[in-house]
Design a binder for this molecule. Structure first.
Ligand code: S3P
Length: 439
């Protein structure tokens, strides 16, 4: 979001060794601010991710009159205003790069008694919004978006919201969560049927705040008109951030790495499932329950990987991890084929094209398809790749240096701070030969 740009330079080779913790889960951190703000009483959060995306959510609630102390070393204290206590913001709310804030807050704010305008950075204003505005409009909400149905979005408050029974066409936790948040205020029951399981942190956390949510198979329902009770939240390490290190250790000979206290919610485990199918040596132990979310330690040892056809059932469970998985595929023996992953084209960047372009520059056979990619494992060579301001593309190519035979430069890496502040220092600490340059 700043004016300067950051470049990563990675010297080829090395491996990852040691024991680390990664920063807090981004999805859970967003939801903890949202539900804490709406609850009755004081909610405390430990392990909150102090990344730009989560700070954008935190700032939005401050603009709506919620008193929030922190974050200080991952600790946040929220003085909840109660389900009807949010107040009209004095200004447009800028959500930076954060798609999750944009989609979830659109649902929540659509049900308020005041108007709100949400905007964001040059990536966020290209992201599709009809997936949330269509069903929310059916619930009674009213919006003005750009002609292309992207942000900025004006949310017209003071609407009477009614529950719906919605068959979600895309497997999206953001859409599901947006409707559940609107459903808190709706007359009657809101039910969402998912085409495939997606991350269920909203459902779990609502229950943690004492709100009743019914889950039967792929159908999630809640009744509007209830209240939330403040609670204490301990945010586990983010498996999406751990992924860069998991992949790095899988591809770099001699690696042996432990990542402590990572969230292993089954709806987020696709990356582990896929890498294991490719031959990875990953073990998960010390599993505990932390506030309704499973948490464990992950151990990774280098093992030779082979290409696979990625099962489509794993796609929503690994949706944010594909840039890193593509690096594993580039270092594997044989061909990896991904299908059924069109959603990757509408993330912080077009992740299929951005990864295909970058891998091609580095000498790998990578063919973008309409809904996926075909990657021939090979030798990663020298090159300069563009992350297109996408945090996950930047961190994935940084790890590629571990199995490259020459230096890699990655441009436009400032948005790594949206999800993983401290990534570069942590990566260097365990063995990545990374230099960060401000240009
Ligand atoms: C998220 C859901 C996913 C994911 C995003 C975070 C969430 O998006 O890509 O980074 O916190 O709900 P979709 O549900 O739209 O796939």
């Amino acid at each position: 979001m700043s004016g300067s740009t950051i470049k990563f330079r990675v010297t080829a080779g090395g491996n990852l060794k040691g024991q680390i913790r990664v920063t807090g889960d981004k999805s859970i951190s967003h939801r903890s601010i949202m539900l804490g703000s709406l609850a009755d009483g004081v909610t405390t959060i430990e392990g909150f991710l102090e990344g730009e995306d989560n700070l954008a959510t935190l700032n939005a609630f401050r603009m709506l009159g919620v008193e929030i102390n922190g974050p200080v070393k991952g600790r946040v204290e929220i003085h909840g205003v109660g389900i009807d206590g949010l107040q009209a913001p004095a200004d447009v709310i800028d959500l930076g790069n954060s798609g999750t804030s944009m989609r979830l807050l659109t649902g929540l704010f659509a049900a308020q008694q005041f108007n709100t305008t949400l905007t964001g950075d040059k990536s966020l204003v290209t992201r599709p919004m009809r997936r949330v505005t269509d069903p929310l409009t059916k619930m009674g909400a009213s919006f003005t978006t750009s002609e292309s149905d992207t942000p900025p979005i004006e949310i017209h408050g003071s609407q009477r919201m009614c529950g719906i029974d919605y068959d979600m066409p895309v497997a999206s936790a953001q859409v599901k969560s947006s409707l559940l948040l609107a459903g808190l205020y709706a007359n009657g029951q809101t039910c969402i049927t998912e085409p495939a399981p997606t991350r269920d942190h909203t459902e779990r956390m609502l229950k943690g705040f004492g709100y009743s949510v019914q889950v039967a198979g792929n159908k999630i329902c809640l009744l509007g008109g209830g209240r939330l009770t403040a609670t204490n939240i301990d945010v586990p390490g983010d498996i999406s951030s751990a992924t860069f290190f998991i992949v790095g250790a899988c591809i770099a000979e001699g690696s042996e790495l432990t990542i402590k206290h990572v969230g292993i919610n089954p709806t987020r485990m696709g990356v582990i499932n896929i890498l294991r199918l490719m031959g990875a040596d990953i073990t998960v132990d010390n599993e505990i329950d932390v506030g309704g979310e499973p948490v464990a330690d992950i151990h990774i040892k280098y093992a030779k990987l082979h290409g696979i056809d990625i099962p489509e059932s794993q796609v929503p469970l690994a949706i944010d991890e594909f840039p890193a998985i593509f690096i594993a595929a580039a270092c594997a023996e044989g061909t990896t084929v991904l299908t059924g992953a069109k959603e990757l084209r509408v993330k912080e960047s077009d992740r299929i094209q951005a990864m295909a372009d970058g891998l091609t520059i580095l000498g790998i056979n990578a063919e973008a398809t309409e809904d996926g990619i075909i990657i021939g494992g090979g030798h990663i060579g020298r090159g300069t790749v563009n992350s297109h301001g996408d945090h996950r593309i930047a961190m994935s190519f940084a790890m590629a240096g571990l199995c490259a035979d020459n230096e890699i430069e990655i441009l436009d890496c400032e948005n790594v701070n949206t999800s993983f502040p401290g990534f570069a220092d942590l990566a260097k600490q365990v063995g990545l030969k990374l230099t960060v340059q401000n240009i």
